[in-house]
Design a protein around this ligand. Structure first.
Ligand code: NZQ
Ligand code: ZN
Length: 383
């Protein structure tokens, strides 16, 4: 096992009706005024918007609204939020939604405490040293943003999708009520399953050594995600299935699964972010296209781990079959597995490779992932 340091300061409040506590939690922490972030419409149609406002008003917490966060959140909307946060002198961010709302909330949290071009932080030429405290009510379990220090944003003008990471971006408190995810569509549930699996397999395959404890943790998370997704697609209001899925999604990217692994990178996310930036495709759908292609390209570089994956997840002796079965499962739950299925032309392969390469440069992965290598991988996404 490799040496490691682990830090995760987020308090998780998990279970039924826990969102009603938000006013009391903020008051206990001495928060008087929040920037209240949410997405396009789901929070209003489910009635959660009214319940949150009621909980805030009951405890005398003032709020300024910043709604309309879009999936694959954009920098221009975050900048509007930063102006609102500064002008109204809010002392915290309250993000109610999925990964997009939380990530924009995190961006506003550090943007409100700095001046200059915030994109420099995503380009990794500046580091975050301060942010407003972040509070979350999660409505879609997928990204793990509720218990990690990452935020992912898109700069529309340049079609760049990049991430930023800092200890200051861990939410202070995240409220996880599985009932709030009952209304997530089957399409987004499928994308959420793909994303969660993606978070655990990146290091599992690309690391040079993975301790057995981590292997088993990861395999347990994958099995939990697959089993419960199948139940959720049949019974969207099955509490235990939603609960197991929700907690698995949080554990998948809160830092624990990568501990003690030697090396490891996030290549599938790098290529998926290029697709997200160019086509505004849902993150999970980008990953379901990229993962089988990357796996085929990477197979020989870590054959033993692919054999293990095939055996543990699909009771198969054949590493190739493990990849094909995962691809079939993605397709079965309704996620696209080729560029064509997502309506992306083969003619765009160079453009995708170029965009992915620009991310590789920022992520310090350009040596391994040259434009030629990226083109080779992306071509496999049309097989
Ligand atoms: O906008 P509304 O109307 O709320 O609808 C949303 C949106 O259309 C809807 N939704 C959310 N909760 C719902 C619901 N619909 C019905 N009932 C509910 N309870 O779902 C749609 C997708 O929401 P979004 O937040 O975009 O999805 P997700 O949680 O998958 O977040 C995706 C974003 O997170 C980034 C992705 O790149 C993408 O930009 N990621 C963030 C990470 C992180 N911070 O750690 C890591 C990930 O790898 C990922 O990159
Ligand atoms: Zn992801």
């Amino acid at each position: 096992m490799e040496n490691f340091e682990f830090f995760n300061p987020t308090r998780i409040i998990f279970g039924k009706k826990t969102e009603d506590k938000i006013g009391k939690i903020l008051k206990r922490d001495g928060i008087q005024r929040v920037l209240f972030l949410f997405g396009k419409s789901s929070i209003k149609s489910t009635g959660l918007y009214d319940r949150v406002i009621h909980a805030l008003q009951k405890e005398g917490i003032q709020f300024v609204e910043h709604g309309g966060v879009k999936p694959n959140p954009v920098l221009s909307h975050a900048k509007e939020g930063i102006e609102k946060a500064k002008k109204n002198k809010v002392d915290a961010i309250l993000a109610v939604g999925g990964g997009s709302v939380i990530d924009e909330g995190k961006t506003i949290a550090f943007g409100a405490e700095t001046s200059g071009d915030i994109w420099e932080f995503f380009k990794r030429s500046r580091t975050i040293d301060k942010a407003l405290p972040i509070y979350v009510i999660l409505t879609l379990a997928a990204t793990g943003s509720e218990m990690n220090g990452f935020a992912v944003m898109t700069k529309e003008e340049t079609q760049e999708k990049l991430s930023v990471s800092s200890e200051h971006l861990f939410p202070k408190v995240s409220i996880l009520n599985p009932e709030l995810t009952y209304t997530v569509s089957s399409q987004y549930q499928a994308y959420a399953a793909v994303d969660t699996i993606a978070h655990v397999i990146e290091y599992y395959f690309s690391g040079q050594y993975c301790p057995n404890l981590q292997n088993r943790l990861i395999e347990s998370l994958i099995k939990t995600v697959m089993e419960n997704t199948e139940i959720i697609l049949q019974e969207p209001q099955n509490y235990n299935a939603r609960a197991e899925f929700m907690w698995a999604a949080t554990l998948a990217l809160n830092g624990i699964t990568r501990l003690g692994i030697k090396g490891g990178e996030f290549p599938n996310h790098m290529i998926a972010h290029a697709l997200g930036a160019l086509y505004d495709l849902a993150h999970g759908a980008c990953l379901s296209i990229v993962i089988p292609a990357w796996m085929k390209w990477y197979l020989e570089k870590n054959i033993k781990q692919f054999e293990r994956f095939a055996k543990e997840i699909f009771s198969s002796k054949d590493a190739h079959e493990g990849i094909n079965k995962l691809k079939e499962w993605f397709r079965k739950i309704g996620a696209p597995v080729t560029l064509r299925e997502a309506g992306i032309s083969e003619k765009d392969i160079n453009r995708i490779a170029e965009n992915a390469y620009s991310i590789a440069v920022v992520w310090d992965m350009a040596e391994k992932y040259s434009k030629e290598v990226l083109t080779e991988i992306i071509k496999k996404a049309n097989d």
